[in-house]
Design a protein around this ligand. Structure first.
Ligand code: PHE
Length: 473
């Protein structure tokens, strides 16, 4: 490399880090529930088609832009064409918005992991019965664990690409996979598990006929978030990839691995709910209320504490390998700027600066107690209360507000603009040249051209409209 930005040590290391970014909270509590509630196998089919058409395409586009320019989101667009630098800024903005709330959730996962660990050693890991409700209104606890989770991110990202992110992912991802298999096998042995598989897999095609756009929007939104696309994360990770690696192969491997883990997560979480007679609710409730009850009351005893610890430890790993990629998008922005000016990257310092800013930006998502508000014991009110807005998904708490801005608007817009730029402005040739730079033949060039030009922009436009209407509903 012509500069000291850093580089992945091997292609496997890159894949583990990229799959680590993709596999996160989105897979573990988003996918299983959304799949089950939207037609099961029918949703899965739509998801797979979308992943093949849009997921792989946008993945390839981002990796190619990143590797070609050797810059993070902002620097990459600036070096392709100055007037499109704003697309890169949208990505960094999404990074800031997401890394904050993601780390607030990560902090709660850290608290649960420690809780089960304490239980295992006979101490009291959870102070009350309805622990989640108590915890989200416990401001020093929420902020403290948020800070602790952010600190873990700072340590890893400061270590650099091969020495920090790759090194961590190389241990964390195989560990995650192994623990997931243990949990799946254990859950499969519990009577009543079949109900969960049925909810997850049995196709209900009538949903497609009656509610097609809703399924399409849910599957597409889930896919983009889950694959870490549309905000420059894969541009940034691609910028550290050596010219000899196979871009198009990698663009298929990452979505396939992410989807497998999402399905596996579904096979761990949902059968556990059905075996212990719990509702398949979605969101924070599924991850923090239902699953905790499964372990403490359903399984109970030593086994419950052990499986609880393993499960939350697994979620913790998944969350960390994703949040470091978000922090890296922000950090790479500053590092690129310094390198442009001929300065030394000062990675440690830049990581710290970006993490502190992200921490402050994300603070409201912890301080409103996920919508608990001052009346419920939190220190801050939700956006609806603060600005006198009507209560909608996007204003009910700061987390959903940030999620609306990032996942609802900036990310689909980013993916749409990138595809249009590749399809109509920079040209598909830019991607094929980059793929072939490694000496690999670019198979399916025509297919990708059609996807960049027409399919991704159209689907993204549908998603954008549908996301905005649902968040404002
Ligand atoms: N893909 C991650 C998940 O599923 C979230 C994420 C989004 C990470 C965007 C990086 C960029 O949880």
């Amino acid at each position: 490399m012509e500069n000291n930005r850093g580089q992945w040590g091997s292609n496997l290391g890159f894949i583990l880090a990229a799959v680590g970014s993709a596999v996160g909270l989105g897979n573990i509590w988003g996918f299983p529930y959304k799949c089950g509630a939207n037609g099961g196998g029918a949703f899965l089919l739509v998801y797979l088609i979308l992943a093949a058409l849009c997921g792989v395409t946008v993945m390839l586009g981002e990796l190619a832009i990143g590797r070609k320019t050797g810059r993070g989101a902002v620097g990459a667009y600036a070096s392709l064409a100055k007037k499109y630098t704003w697309v890169g800024y949208m990505g960094v903005a999404s990074g800031f918005l997401i890394v904050g709330f993601y780390s607030v959730l990560g902090g709660i996962v850290l608290r649960y992991t420690l809780g089960f660990l304490l239980n295992l050693f006979g101490a009291v890991g959870f102070s009350t019965d309805g622990f989640f409700g108590y915890w989200i209104a416990n401001m020093p606890g929420m902020v403290g664990f948020y800070a602790a989770f952010m600190l873990i991110n700072i340590i890893i990202v400061s270590g650099g690409i091969s020495g920090g992110i790759e090194k961590f992912s190389k241990i964390a991802m195989p560990a995650l996979f192994a623990i997931l298999v243990v949990v799946i096998v254990f859950v499969a042995c519990q009577p009543g598990a079949a109900g969960g598989y049925k909810f997850l897999f049995v196709p209900d095609f009538s949903v497609l006929a009656s509610d097609f756009f809703n399924v399409l929007k849910t599957a597409a939104g889930q896919m983009f978030f889950s694959l870490s696309l549309g905000m420059g994360c894969m541009i940034t990770y691609g910028s550290y990839l050596s010219k000899k690696e196979d871009l198009s192969g990698n663009s298929v491997i990452i979505p396939v691995a992410d989807t497998i883990v999402a399905l596996m997560a579904g096979m761990a979480v949902l059968p556990a709910c059905s075996a212990y007679g719990m509702e398949f609710g979605g969101g924070p409730g599924l991850l923090f209320v239902t699953m905790q009850t499964v372990f403490t009351q359903g399984m109970g005893g030593f086994i419950g504490n052990l499986m609880g610890f393993l499960f939350y430890f697994l979620v913790l790993i998944a969350a960390i390998t994703s949040s470091i990629s978000l922090l890296e998008v922000c950090t790479a922005f500053l590092i690129d700027k310094r390198i442009e000016k001929g300065q030394d990257p000062a990675r440690k310092k830049m990581t710290l600066i970006m993490a502190v800013i992200a921490f402050v930006v994300g603070l409201p998502t912890a301080l409103d107690g996920l919508g608990t508000n001052v009346a419920g014991g939190a220190w801050m009110n939700n956006p609806a209360e603060m600005f006198g807005l009507p209560v909608m998904t996007a204003t009910a708490d700061w987390l959903d507000f940030y999620d609306f801005l990032a996942e609802g608007v900036l990310m689909p817009l980013g993916a749409m603009v990138m595809s249009i730029l590749i399809g109509w402005v920079f040209g598909n040739k830019m991607v094929s040249d980059e793929v072939e730079a490694s000496g690999h033949k670019f198979k399916g060039a025509k297919y990708f051209e059609v996807c960049f030009k027409f399919i991704v922009p159209v689907i993204m436009a549908i998603v954008l409209v549908a996301q905005i209407t649902s968040f404002l509903g």
